[in-house]
Design a protein around this ligand. Structure first.
Ligand SMILES: Nc1ncnc2c1ncn2[C@@H]1O[C@H](COP(=O)(O)OP(=O)(O)OP(=O)(O)O)[C@@H](O)[C@H]1O
Ligand SMILES: [Mg+2]
Length: 236
């Protein structure tokens, strides 16, 4: 396995946000994490990257224990997170935001070509390259956040609700892009509330509820489970 999370726990004061979650991602796989608001999905991804401290458990990436190592080391090793709410820096330009993704890279030779490829793909970003990122629409911000993560040249990209707040058309574009990046060999750990589309993309899925894993299986098993949506994910 490329990523192996075992018995991971995250606590904020008295809130046990993640209570012993285990999951794995094989090289080239897309794994989904589903769950209602407050289930602990974001906390799980942040603990894997290291932006919140895990209380216990283990996160092995390419065979190495990551807990206790700095975020920068995990990014250099090939992990990246597109955070919830995109977290782009609105007072910086589109181009400056994009370059942030490459900040920790040692191999910078192909960078200009990769940046051109991102602008070719997202023409709205190219047109606004030197404008403050604040002018971007929600969908454009999401594309920028994903483009920035791509420039880190990750082996495993984690995304926290990338479809949130986007029109159905843009959600389709985000999912198409993830499918394409996966086709080029990138593994994906995808947190979503858009159950149906996510399980169509993923090979396997996990369902979190109040910090615990309450269900897991192949994407097709979970898609066929009519109780899933009603029991754990709210209406929709
Ligand atoms: N920084 C924090 N300090 C204290 N409690 C927090 C913090 N971040 C999250 N929590 C709590 O931890 C629990 C899990 O939150 P988390 O954001 O991981 O869930 P989530 O599944 O990502 O939810 P959402 O779907 O709303 O994004 C919630 O009870 C939340 O209130
Ligand atoms: Mg969240």
């Amino acid at each position: 396995m490329q990523l192996e999370v075992n018995d991971l726990r995250v606590r904020y004061g008295r809130t046990q946000a993640v209570q012993g979650v285990s999951l794995s991602v094989a090289p080239g796989e897309i794994v989904a994490v589903l769950g209602a608001n407050g289930a602990g999905k974001s906390s799980l991804l942040k603990a894997i990257l290291g932006t919140v401290k895990a209380e216990g458990g283990s996160v092995r990436f390419k065979g190495q224990e990551m807990l206790g190592t700095p975020v920068s080391r995990r990014i250099r090793d090939g992990l990246v997170l597109v955070p919830e709410g995109r977290r782009i820096l609105v007072s910086m330009t589109v181009h400056e935001n994009l370059l942030l993704g490459a900040g920790l890279r040692q191999d910078r030779e192909t960078l200009p070509r990769e940046i051109d490829a991102i602008y070719d793909r997202f023409s709205n970003l190219a047109a606004r390259r030197d404008m403050q990122a604040a002018v971007l629409s929600g969908g454009e911000q999401q594309m920028l956040a994903i483009g920035r993560a791509m420039l880190a040249k990750p082996e495993l990209m984690m995304l926290d609700e990338p479809s949130l707040g986007l029109s159905p058309l843009l959600v389709g574009r985000v999912f198409d892009l993830l499918r394409e990046l996966n086709g080029q060999g990138m593994s994906i750990l995808l947190v979503e509330q858009n159950t149906h589309k996510t399980l169509e993309l993923a090979t396997r899925g996990h369902v979190l509820e109040l910090g615990r894993m309450v269900m897991q299986g192949s994407a097709s098993e979970l898609l066929a489970d009519e109780g899933l949506q009603r029991a754990y994910l709210g209406a929709g």
